[in-house]
Design a protein around this ligand. Structure first.
Ligand code: 3HC
Ligand code: NAI
Length: 694
């Protein structure tokens, strides 16, 4: 075996050369990998004893793509194109032997090979779109030639990988193999040699392209079908354009077009934000004083207290990944209602073809409902999701303390209460932690794990690990009112209310945020969640919100009553309502406010700058570990458009000095202390720095 570079070895198995890539953790195509492949291929091609070449990877996966850390740096030779050229032009067959995930540039390497074999659980995909990019090493030109235009478009625009059986059916792999992968790759190469199979170059295929040539409607229909999910993103349209080029241009010219479209994306703010976010998400898993080797408790059984809106959804998360979960309620009726909703949720998913009825029964079989609190005794984690009232929470935790296993993790799903006070109701506050799920808990990916003053490292490591196990994106936060996400959202809400009193209307405010990239604005969101919830809380606290209160007094609770800030048709399509406009104008008049036209720019700044300012306070108070964690929270919990990175990344891209000065401008105009810049924002603005480079 010869080491070509530090990450690529060349070996010989009889007349077959084997190039093995070993660049942990995911065999990304770093410069030394490209060079190793290039030099290794050159050697193998010029070695007269070699008649075929196999490319295989060590470790947990085949090449998972370009090395994302190299983007934005000066290009280092050889380029990936040079590597692919030598593979494809090789006079000796080159076979890719694939395990794990062949992604992005990794899949593109295999598409330049003459054959592909993969193990049964391998996955194949071009996820560049998730980084705001397109497959820039021939993927947009080669994939449609293999799997057809429509399948290629859908794979590249969703970015989701396909399984080996689907890849086999689509012609993307030639054979599914098992046993030792290198041996299987060599055996396949031997077979190709002995059968004297001609070298198959994907670039020469045309039948699947010819099938859609002269049919622009194929692209028009595709664009229409993805319009909603790709709104605001730049990469999907460039991908479609590149595939159009594949169909209408010769291969080499198509490659040039792909390059142009790739470079345009590489330099776009959208891709910069999405690449930043890729690492932000992974960074959030890292907690400086809780190293990765901190023992986390293995969760074999879970328990959830309360089968209401949140409890049912939380229980589903465990059942979905095969962990048995006990749900405890006070009364049988509430339990039946809660579990009935869980079943209905599963059945709806099944009716859409995304689960079988057998899956539904299997998952329901993992959820055990009971009114007997003692049933939590064997749970490794207990998650409380009862009413949001401190005395009830404390009573429940005192009870949990008596019954739960000594080493169980005790979690609360509180959204506003002090986790430390809840923990004080137990004899083991070190085992207590907050797990703040977002509604609907079975759908929303964000999980704010709330670190109490006494939460142990094991409790933290367990909450983070269990979050990932149930397919959430856990982010660690500290104890403060609203934690991170809702605390910032509250600031936005204050301004939304002021804006409509000063002259804007709900649909204008909502449109500005929708155009920014949010799925909806605050008023549409209020209507969706139900306006009565906040109304009841306000009444309990003796707080007023004049417009919202008046709307609720009319029985307009939002979508569920057919009217709220908007009125709704039977399909729940909203239209602005003159009655609401009248209420708003009346309240403005009663409050002595002279209404004025408010620009979209002012609306956006007034809604989002206060969030950034609150984010600065959160950072200074160390309620979030890092600015990028706040961004992860906003993208996964509140629909912040990922192509704008998150509020803190976005603020940096505006420039903190400009942002701070705009806030001071609002303060001068209104005299409102609300606009006082946070000390951290001031310091960074003065130093010409951003949140991410402080
Ligand atoms: N480049 C550089 N680093 C990468 C990387 C890449 N392509 N992919 C993953 N990593 C790093 C991660 O940042 C992480 O680092 P850390 O441990 O320091 O945080 C480490 O590898 C492990 O990654 P994950 O935690 O994501 O590991 P998983 O096992 O959960 O997932 C994976 C593995 C499915 C391969 C996932 O990492 C992934 O989806 N990677 C990105 C794949 C991708 O987007 N490829 C396309 C790149 S663009 C391209 O190829 C352009 C081409 O068309 C020219
Ligand atoms: P809910 O009112 O729908 O459900 C609470 C359930 O707890 C009820 O079914 C009730 O019967 C049960 N319960 C009350 N006392 C109990 C006890 N002693 N033992 C067992 N069960 C008991 O409330 P929801 O919305 O599910 O909220 C639960 C918790 O989750 C609250 O702390 C809330 O703040 C939090 N939360 C709620 C979110 C939401 O959007 N609804 C979002 C995030 C957190």
């Amino acid at each position: 075996m010869t080491a070509i570079t530090k990450s690529v070895d060349l070996d010989r198995r009889g007349r077959v050369a084997v190039l093995t890539v070993n660049n942990p953790p995911v065999n990304a195509l770093s410069q030394h990998v490209r060079q190793g492949l290039y030099e290794g291929l050159k050697q193998a091609i010029s070695d007269s004893a070699v008649q075929a070449i196999v490319i295989v990877c060590a470790g947990r996966t085949f090449i998972a793509g370009a090395d994302i850390t190299e983007f934005g740096k000066p290009p280092a030779d050889p380029s990936l194109h040079t590597v692919l050229d030598i593979i494809e032009a090789s006079p000796k067959p080159v076979v890719a032997a694939i395990h794990g995930t062949a992604l992005g540039g990794g899949l593109e390497v295999t598409l330049a090979c003459h054959s592909r074999v993969g193990v049964k659980d391998a996955r194949f995909g071009l996820p560049e779109v998730k980084l705001g990019l397109l497959p820039g090493a021939g993927g947009t030109q080669r994939l449609p030639r293999v799997v057809g235009v429509e399948k290629a478009l859908s794979m590249m625009v969703s970015g989701d990988p396909i399984r080996a059986d689907e890849a086999l059916k689509a012609g993307l792999v030639d054979e599914i193999v098992d046993g030792d992968l290198t041996a299987a790759g060599v055996a396949f190469a031997e077979k190709a040699l002995s059968e004297k199979r001609p070298l198959k170059k994907i670039r020469d295929l045309d039948d699947k392209l010819a099938a859609v040539r002269g049919k622009p409607e194929v692209f028009a229909n595709f664009r229409k079908s993805v319009a909603r999910q790709t709104r605001g993103f730049r990469a999907p349209e460039n991908i479609v354009k590149a595939v159009e080029a594949a169909v209408s241009l010769p291969f080499e010219t198509g490659l040039k077009r792909e390059r142009e479209l790739f470079v345009e994306l590489l330099n776009s703010p959208e891709s910069k934000a999405q690449r930043y976010f890729f690492f932000a998400e992974r960074e959030a898993a890292k907690i400086p004083d809780v190293p990765p080797d901190t023992p986390a408790k293995e969760i074999k059984k879970a328990a959830v207290i309360g089968a209401g809106t949140m409890g049912g959804g939380i229980a589903m998360n465990f059942a979905n990944v095969g962990i048995p979960v006990t749900v405890v309620e006070v009364q049988q009726e509430a339990l039946d209602r809660g579990l009935g909703i869980v079943r209905k949720n599963y059945e709806t998913t099944a009716s859409r073809g995304r689960l079988t009825m057998a899956d539904v029964e299997k998952r329901m079989g993992l959820i055990r409902g009971t009114t007997d609190f003692n049933a939590i005794a064997d749970a490794d984690i207990v998650i409380e999701a009862v009413f949001e009232e401190m005395p009830i929470k404390k009573e429940v935790f005192a009870k949990i303390d008596k019954i739960a296993k000594p080493d169980a993790v005790l979690a609360t799903n509180t959204s506003t209460l002090d986790v430390n006070e809840i923990a004080s109701a137990t004899s083991r506050p070190e085992s207590v932690i907050g797990t703040h799920f977002f509604s609907p808990a079975n759908v929303m990916r964000l999980l704010e794990n709330v670190r109490g003053a006494k939460s142990s490292k094991t409790a933290i490591a367990t909450a983070m690990a269990v979050g990932r196990r149930i397919n959430k994106v856990p982010v660690l936060v500290g104890v403060c009112y609203g934690f991170v996400g809702n605390r910032m959202l509250h600031q936005r809400g204050i301004q939304a209310e002021k804006l409509i009193l000063e002259g804007a209307l709900p649909h204008q405010v909502d449109r500005v945020l929708y155009d920014f990239g949010f799925p909806m604005g605050p008023f549409a969101m209020g209507d969706l969640a139900g306006l009565d919830v906040g109304w009841r809380i306000r009444k309990g606290r003796g707080v007023k919100s004049p417009v919202a209160d008046r709307i609720c007094e009319l029985g307009r609770f939002g979508q569920k009553t057919g009217a709220g800030y908007y009125k709704y048709d039977e399909k729940r399509n909203p239209t602005p309502d003159p009655d609401v406009e009248k209420i708003i104008v009346d309240v403005s008049t009663e409050m002595g406010i002279t209404r004025r036209p408010i620009s979209d720019e002012e609306i956006l700044q007034r809604l989002l700058y206060p969030m950034v300012n609150e984010g600065a306070k959160i950072l200074e108070e160390k309620m979030a570990l890092r600015a990028s964690d706040i961004d992860v929270i906003w993208v996964y919990g509140y629909g912040w458009p990922v192509y704008r990175g998150g509020p803190m990344f976005w603020a940096d891209s505006i420039g903190l000095e400009a942002l701070r000065d705009t806030m001071l401008g609002f303060q001068r105009k209104t005299g409102d202390a609300f606009w006082t810049p946070a000390p951290l924002l001031n310091r960074l603005a003065d130093a010409g720095k951003g949140f991410l480079d402080r």
